[in-house]
Write a protein that binds this ligand. Sequence first.
Ligand SMILES: NC(=O)c1ccc[n+]([C@@H]2O[C@H](COP(=O)([O-])OP(=O)(O)OC[C@H]3O[C@@H](n4cnc5c(N)ncnc54)[C@H](OP(=O)(O)O)[C@@H]3O)[C@@H](O)[C@H]2O)c1
Length: 258
Amino acid sequence: MSKLLEGSVAVITGAGRGIGRSIALAFADAGADIAICARSETALQAVKEEIESKGKTCVSQVVDIADPDAVEAFCAHIISKFQTVNILVNNAGAYLDRGSFEESNPEDWWRTIEVNVRGPYLITRHLISAMGAGAKIMNLNSGKGYSAGQNSSGYHVSKAALKMFTESLANELWSRQIEVNTIIPGPTATTTLSRQDPDSGVTTEDILDRFTNTPPAGLPAWERVKHPDEVAQLALQLASYPTGGPTGQVFSLARRPL
Ligand SMILES: NC(=O)c1ccc[n+]([C@@H]2O[C@H](COP(=O)([O-])OP(=O)(O)OC[C@H]3O[C@@H](n4cnc5c(N)ncnc54)[C@H](OP(=O)(O)O)[C@@H]3O)[C@@H](O)[C@H]2O)c1
């Protein structure tokens, strides 16, 4: 029996760890060839080897998603290798701005916008000509892009802009039968959530253990921290819809209203 994504090419940004890594591995398991990027070469290389061990081709490149030249070179590499792109997951994200507005660092605030908004814009802009009918774009957003909480104003603003980016692309691309949707993971066991150094050796299981009985600050008791593989399941479902599936929609795994 053929696999769900056999014959597809999927590009996932920020796939060295966390949710992006889980999505890249799930898509490779489902039969897709994969292109991945992040800034850490060691992490990328490990994911590339996992993908290749599944018998799939993997293009991996060190890219800062907010750097126009690096993104252009990555996209040129992808197109020359595969000619076509069926799935683009804009996952790489920055959450540098966590404090109050008055204490915010202007560099971190703006860098958050650059990674979370300019990054998805640049890569989508360079890959769109290689995407045809039935292609899917998924943008990783957050409840914070839909309803502002306290602090982290740069993150809120960046994800709200990503919401509008997703909606405008969906409006422009439906006539080409390219579907553009939002995934909101809800709290997920990654070092972005636990605020730990990704190189500290902390594992997904450590983070899940830490939040088993106590949800992260500010979240209700009935919210649940999930494994990144659960987000990958949702991404796989969206990736495998036939042409003419949902577009301009928000798919959330949160356990509370946005
Ligand atoms: N985890 C959650 O609870 C949660 C909740 C809501 C939304 N989200 C969203 O889900 C997405 C993934 O989050 P995550 O928790 O999986 O994050 P993560 O574990 O920190 O992983 C982020 C990935 O993106 C890469 N990355 C970061 N900045 C980059 C840049 N400038 N250029 C290229 N790659 C970059 C990182 O690698 P390098 O550092 O090596 O570049 C890493 O591979 C983000 O958009 C985030 O906002 C997460």
